[in-house]
Design a binder for this molecule. Sequence first.
Ligand code: ADE
Length: 222
Amino acid sequence: MRIDIITVLPELLSPLQHSIVKRAVDKGVAEIHVHDLRQFGIGNYKQVDDYPYGGGGGMVLKPEPLSDCLEMLLKERAYDEIIYLTPDGITLNQKAVNTLSLKNNICLICGHYKGIDQRIRDEYVTLEISIGDYVLSGGEQAAVILTDAIIRILPGAIGDEMSALSDSFQDNLLAPPVYTKPEIWKDRKVPEVLLSGNHKAIDEWRLEQALEITRNKRPDLL
Ligand code: ADE
């Protein structure tokens, strides 16, 4: 899978150069290409934003640099989705992540300041995604979260194939508790069943725990 990300602040995407995403990219499971919108800026100052028509605070990303960048990318490949990260998009959840992980090429547009000119949304954007009901300074952090969530579930990204499947939300349940050594810590003992070696009993215990935790914390998921 290939993910292109358009941004005015490429350095904010640096979390994608670490951990599981980095390993997945190194292994060839996914490609991430970051495009600095400034390179498509207008004039000597490489202008990418301007004041909003009608007044009001903040700046708006101009249509021409975004369209030049998108047209350059579209010459090379068609995209399954061109996604604009915005608080007024559909709220991201695991189901949407799973669906996107099946695509071959997606392009993410990170807004900044007050957002992007509406005409880019009308002309190019096929999907608008929010990572939650709060406003960030820009779409980059949202793009990092979306990219991480997609790439970590691609086959081969995580060593233990089962691991991503047993994440919270993959079956609409929160994950059961996990423990590691030592067996006793501050008088707190690891549940006996996890030490039993009985995998059927362990699976049953995990499912019971997942159900109970989901019932208590997120009954809306059930
Ligand atoms: N840009 C600013 N806030 C955002 C949010 N909540 N989700 C996605 N993109 C954003």
